[in-house]
Design a protein around this ligand. Structure first.
Ligand SMILES: [Zn+2]
Length: 258
């Protein structure tokens, strides 16, 4: 009897250490030289940081990557994708030292734009979604087009970045509501002026009198995400064209990029 118990115990311990070793193998401890090269070449935000800040940025990317799972569907997942996803996550929260996303665990990468049924091939099935984050059945998940992810960093002048847009939705959602009011990062006295400004800027979009992506005119939620893309992609231009909007976003994100 005792022998059986001992054998069982040995088997349990063996299994435990094996699974632990397997888990440890997947833990990322540092970025490879290839990944750092990608950061230097593709992520303008990173190149503008001081050496010390760059180390912090890399450290936070690694922490983020160790917290989430990335699942590619129908595409080859390359180091570039890993770097760009992690950079997109950290850019909007870099002003908050200890920020961790409470609402994301898995990111699904599809090769291209997709539709509501997540179909990513075909031409006549309304594939016009580049990224989505979810509530309900999609909660803790993000679905992202690989082409849009890469395009967001390849084109540095178009004020657009799909992955940053989706992470900004997660920041908006972190207070429990997705409503264009990022209460997890804004102080309450700014709520009303922010809503007034959103309405004014959405009116300008509707009247065709704005250089902000018209998609931002569809709701307060999308306005916040679209304006944030502009803020992180072209901060100086945003400050020149929309000084009040720039000033508010700089305060929310605790980053004065221009
Ligand atoms: Zn959106």
């Amino acid at each position: 009897m005792e022998v059986i118990i001992l054998i069982l115990l040995a088997l349990i311990l063996l299994f435990y250490f094996k699974s632990k070793a397997r888990k440890l193998k997947n833990v990322i401890k540092y970025l490879t030289s290839e990944e750092k090269k990608i950061l230097q070449e593709k992520v303008l935000f990173y190149t503008k940081l001081t050496n010390e800040e760059q180390l912090e940025f890399e450290h936070r990317m690694i922490m983020f990557l160790n917290q989430i799972q990335i699942v590619p569907y129908g595409c080859r997942f390359e180091p570039e994708d890993r770097v760009l996803i992690a950079a997109s996550a950290i850019i909007p929260v870099f002003g908050f030292k200890n920020w961790q996303y409470p609402n994301i665990s898995t990111i699904y990468l599809l090769p291209n734009a997709f539709n509501k049924e997540f179909q990513y091939v075909g031409n006549d099935n309304q594939r016009n979604i580049l990224g989505v984050v979810g509530q309900g059945k999609l909660s803790n998940k993000m679905i992202l087009s690989q082409a849009a992810l890469r395009h967001g960093f390849d084109n540095k002048t178009d004020k657009r970045n799909t992955a940053i847009h989706e992470f900004v939705h997660l920041i908006d959602m972190a207070d429990g509501d997705i409503d264009g009011l990022p209460e997890s990062i804004m102080e309450s006295p700014y709520t009303l002026p922010w809503l007034d400004l959103i309405h004014c800027k959405m009116d300008e979009i509707e009247e065709g009198d704005s250089d902000i992506n018209p998609y931002g005119g569809t709701s307060k939620i999308e306005f916040f995400a679209v304006a944030s893309e502009y803020f992180f992609e072209r901060p100086k231009l945003l400050r020149r064209k929309h000084p009040e909007l720039y000033e508010k976003l700089a305060r929310f994100f605790n980053q004065d990029l221009a």
